[in-house]
Design a protein around this ligand. Sequence first.
Ligand SMILES: [Zn+2]
Length: 192
Amino acid sequence: MKHPKRINVKGHTYERAAIEESTSRKPQSWPVYQSEEEQEQEQVENVFGLGGGELEKGKFAGYAYWYENVPDWAERDFPDWAVNQHRTVIIFGGGYLPYPEKMITDQDGDKWELAKYYGNSGEADCWICGAGGNGKEWWADEFEDQHDRPPKPDDYCGLCETEYKDMPGYVYVAGGYEAVYRLVEDEENEEE
Ligand SMILES: [Zn+2]
């Protein structure tokens, strides 16, 4: 099992002290990402079961990863949920994570109260080469289309970095939380 290269908390990225193998990777892979940030964003979407493209680019109250809405599978916990009044923040990175803050203030000055949060193992089948995804054969076909040759045993999936010989792959971003925040109504915002 690989260890994450970085952890991301409230928009701050922490590098792990010992990183040997990450920069020596060959460029051949499928899929190809423009940057590590782009790869990481898709890893987060994969692990947290988002359809893709749901994560917002801008920061919300300092958190790098968040989206409007509550998690699909948690909607029963929020019978009165409304998209513009609920936001889910994703925090991951493993053991040294802080708990989600009870109250946060966004860039417009609105306050959001923690409604509920859920633990997440930080691991999921890779949706590209994993058993729960498109799978090894599909990945190999895509690789061959891209490189005009079949993959070698050490060619790897660009998303989860699992080598062909070890597929099906898992995406691992280390454990974390999905924290659902609810907008605090104006009257309450003005209380203090
Ligand atoms: Zn993969």
